[in-house]
Design a protein around this ligand. Structure first.
Ligand code: GBH
Length: 444
C-alpha cells in the first residue's frame, strides 16, 4: 500500500479555451483558436470552443464537482483575450470572471493554481505578427502584470506558460494547432519568445512587483526511446528528444539551447539572431517549482523522408484512445532523468490523464476502467518516486471535464467527469469516484 503525506497536493486541471465557451461574452474578442477552429479542415468535425462546456456560465456547478472530488487544488488558465480584448485595452469585466472563480474556490478551501498562457493568444496580437514578433514578449508582460496585480491575493501558485513546445512546434511547424503554420524558422523564433516571456514574467513578478507566491513553468515531456539498437534509430531518438524535451529544458535550466539541435535546425533556420544578449540568462531566471505534464513515452525511429530525420515507430504497448503508449515505468525514468540532469526544484505533475471511449449508461454511470487504471498506475508511480526522494509535491488529473480536445474537437474525452454536450449535463465517471477515494484516504 502506498500513502501520501497530508501536504501532498491532489488536484485536477482544465484550460480556458477548452471549457469556457461564451466566446463573445464579457467583452472577449477572438483568440487564434477561434480563428483556427473555424477554418475548415483544421478541427475534427468542424468543432469549436464557442460553447465548449459552457463553464463560463456553469462554473459554480463545476466547483461543486471539484468539491465532491475533495481535491486540494484546481488548475485553470486565464483567457488573454478576456483581459486584453484589443491592444492596450484592459477589460475589468473579463478579470471579474476569474476573481469570482478564484474567490469561490478559496471559500471552498480549494487552492487556485493559475496558468497565464494555455495557447489562446488574442487575434489582435496574432495580426501584429503573433509570437513570431519579439514585441509579443511585451504584450504578454502587460497581460501578466494585470493578472498578477488583480489576482495574486486569490491565487496560490502561478504558471507562466503551459507546454511551449505545443504552442511553438505544433502551432508553427507541424501546423496541427493554431495558428497552423508549417515553418521551422518561425517555430524556433516562437519558442524563443515564449521562453523569454516566461523569464521576464518571473522577473516582473518577483523583482518588480515583489510578489511571493510560487511561480514556475510547465513543460510537456515524453521520455524518448529508440525503436532498435541501430545507430540510426539512436540518432533519431536523440534528435526527437532534442526537438520535444531538451529544446525547452536546456534554456530553462542551463541557460542555453542544445548545440546538436542548433546544428540540426541550422539547415532550415536562416539565423539565430533572434537570440539577443542577456536573453538566455533571463529565460533561466530561477523559478519556485517545475511543472511537468506527462502523458506517454515516445518510441522513435530513423526516417530518411522526414526533414528532422525521425518518425514515430510502432510499439506493442497498451494504448490510450489517442493511440499513446501507457507507460508509467517510463514516467518514473523521466523524473529520475530530470532530477539527475536538470533540476532540484520541487516538481508538480500539472497534467496527467487519458482519453478513452466512454459509454454513458442508462443509470448515469460511466465505467471507465481503463482511465481508472491509467490514473492509479501514475499516482502509484509518484508514491514510489517520492520514496526515492524525488520531491514531487502535487498531481493534477487532466481533466476535470470532457472538453474541446484541440484538433480532435469533442471526439476525445479526457474528463473524469462525463459531459453530455447536448444538454451540458455532467456525470462523475467511475474514475472520478475512485480519485475522490484516493484523495480522501491519501493512499492506494
Ligand atoms: C496537453 O497536451 C494539453 O496541455 C491539454 O490542453 C490537452 O487537452 C491534453 O494534454 C490532452 O491532449 O508520443 O511523441 O507523439 C498534450 C501534449 C504532446 C502529449 C505530444 C502527447 C505526444 C508525443 N502532448 N505528446 S509523441
Amino acid at each position: 500500500m502506498q500513502t501520501f503525506s497530508k501536504d501532498f497536493i491532489f488536484g485536477t486541471a482544465t484550460s480556458s479555451y477548452q471549457i469556457e465557451g461564451a466566446a463573445n461574452e464579457g467583452g472577449r474578442t477572438p483568440s487564434i483558436w477561434d480563428e483556427f477552429s473555424k477554418t475548415p479542415g483544421k478541427v475534427w468535425n468542424g468543432d469549436t470552443g464557442d460553447v465548449a462546456c459552457d463553464h463560463y456560465h456553469r462554473f459554480e456547478e463545476d466547483i461543486e464537482i471539484i468539491k465532491a472530488l475533495g481535491v486540494d487544488s484546481y488548475r485553470f488558465s486565464i483567457a488573454w483575450p478576456r483581459i486584453f480584448p484589443s491592444e492596450g485595452q484592459y477589460n475589468p469585466e473579463g478579470m471579474e470572471f476569474y476573481k469570482k472563480l478564484a474567490k469561490k474556490l478559496n471559500d471552498a478551501g480549494i487552492k487556485p493554481f493559475v496558468t497565464l498562457y494555455h495557447w489562446d493568444m488574442p487575434k489582435w496580437a496574432y495580426d501584429k505578427g503573433g509570437w513570431v514578433n519579439r514585441d509579443s514578449v511585451q504584450w504578454f508582460l502587460d497581460y501578466a502584470e494585470k493578472c498578477f496585480e488583480e489576482l495574486d491575493d486569490l491565487v496560490s501558485m502561478w504558471i507562466t506558460h503551459n507546454e511551449p513546445w505545443c504552442a511553438a512546434l505544433l502551432g508553427y511547424y507541424e501546423g496541427v494547432h493554431a495558428p497552423g503554420h508549417m515553418n521551422l524558422d518561425e517555430a524556433v523564433r516562437v519558442s524563443h519568445h515564449l521562453l523569454l516571456s516566461h523569464g521576464k514574467a518571473v522577473e516582473l513578478y518577483k523583482n518588480q512587483l515583489h510578489l511571493t507566491k510560487p511561480i514556475g513553468i510547465t513543460l510537456n515531456l515524453s521520455p524518448v526511446y529508440p525503436a532498435s539498437e541501430r545507430v540510426e534509430d539512436e540518432l533519431a531518438a536523440n534528435n526527437y528528444d532534442g526537438y520535444l524535451n531538451r529544446w525547452f529544458l536546456d534554456p530553462v535550466f542551463k541557460a542555453s539551447y542544445p548545440k546538436d539541435m542548433m546544428n540540426l535546425y541550422s539547415k532550415q533556420v536562416s539565423s539565430f539572431d533572434f537570440i539577443q544578449e542577456g536573453d538566455m540568462g533571463t529565460i533561466a531566471t530561477s523559478c519556485d517549482f517545475f511543472g511537468i505534464n506527462f502523458y506517454n513515452r515516445a518510441l522513435i525511429r530513423y526516417s530518411t523522408t522526414s526533414p528532422l530525420l525521425f518518425e514515430p515507430a510502432e510499439s506493442d504497448y497498451p494504448k490510450t484512445g489517442m493511440g499513446w503508449d501507457v507507460s508509467p515505468n517510463e514516467f518514473k525514468e523521466l523524473i529520475r532523468t530530470l532530477r539527475r540532469d536538470f533540476t532540484d526544484l520541487p516538481m508538480y505533475i500539472t497534467e496527467n490523464g487519458a482519453a478513452f471511449q466512454d459509454v454513458l449508461e442508462e443509470d448515469g454511470t460511466v465505467k471507465d476502467v481503463e482511465r481508472r487504471e491509467y490514473m492509479e498506475q501514475h499516482i502509484e508511480a509518484i508514491a514510489f518516486l517520492n520514496e526515492e526522494g524525488m520531491n514531487i509535491r502535487g498531481y493534477y488529473l487532466w481533466s476535470l471535464l470532457d472538453n474541446f480536445e484541440w484538433a480532435f474537437g469533442y471526439d476525445k474525452r479526457f474528463g473524469i467527469t462525463y459531459v453530455d454536450f447536448q444538454t451540458q449535463k455532467r456525470y462523475m465517471k467511475d474514475s472520478a469516484k475512485r480519485y475522490a477515494e484516493i484523495v480522501h484516504s491519501r493512499q492506494l
